[in-house]
Ligand binder design. Sequence first.
Ligand code: C5P
Length: 292
Amino acid sequence: MVIKDSRVNRVSLKAYAKINLFLEILGKREDGYHELVTVMQEIDLFDDIEIQEADSGILIVCDDNDIPTNNDNLIWKAARCFMDRSGIKNGVRISLKKRIPVGAGLGGGSSDAAATLNGLNQLWGTGYSSIELVEMAGTIGSDVPFFINGKTGLCTGRGEIVSPISVNNEYVYVIIYPNLKINTANIYQNLKLDLTKDMKDVNFFLNQLSKTNAADLGKSLYNRLEFTAIRLYPDLLKLRELLGKQDFCGVQVSGSGSALFGLCERRCDAEVIGEKLNEICSAKVFVVSSVK
Ligand code: C5P
């Protein structure tokens, strides 16, 4: 969602987080990336982004001092990419209110980058199509293209080829972030691919997703990266075991971790489990719904 303020040239956006409901690795590619198939779901945990036109340069201001505001930030890379592509010489001041935990597998940095591309397209009325924005997004990171259109998407290739999926139901999740930052590249480097092992079929998962039944969906959640994340960070196993004892329809690590999520039948169940987890563990807990 983009809100445009016409008095000053300024736009405000919500950059939603994602979870991976399904993730299977198909193999390692010659370029070093992994070929994957994943179903990503936006959830209503979001960062706030405000983009205002400035005379020159790219200035990022963030309420969280741990977030880099230089050219390491994917927002900066997105703005640079957009300005180079469009030839626009004006500058931008981008302010970021961060809520999505970092190093969590929730796609926060990627979503901020996609919101920046969408926002600049609005701010400057450049009229790029979403296909063009998705293509720009792919040069910034593998997960960025998904967030151009968000909601629910089937992502293939290294993650950058996105097909929208229409889902009728709204699902409720509890997100648990164990205050641990995981580096995605590290998980992929330590992944032991045994391609003779049974590969999970995304079509079976998509069928379960279309049935709009949380209990069935919970049983078919899958993430090939979870085993490696737990092997490298054994504390995640303890947390997963604790979550396994709660009344979830299914529990899983999101992306390369460190956040886990539990799927609930109803919002009131999620609120009760969320409160209980807040009391018994030090992790950050969020009760969220899928974005439709
Ligand atoms: O594309 P992105 O920069 O977000 O990826 C971060 C790292 O994760 C890559 O450098 C790569 O090591 C790993 N990766 C991978 N296969 C993918 C996506 C990411 O190996 N499909």
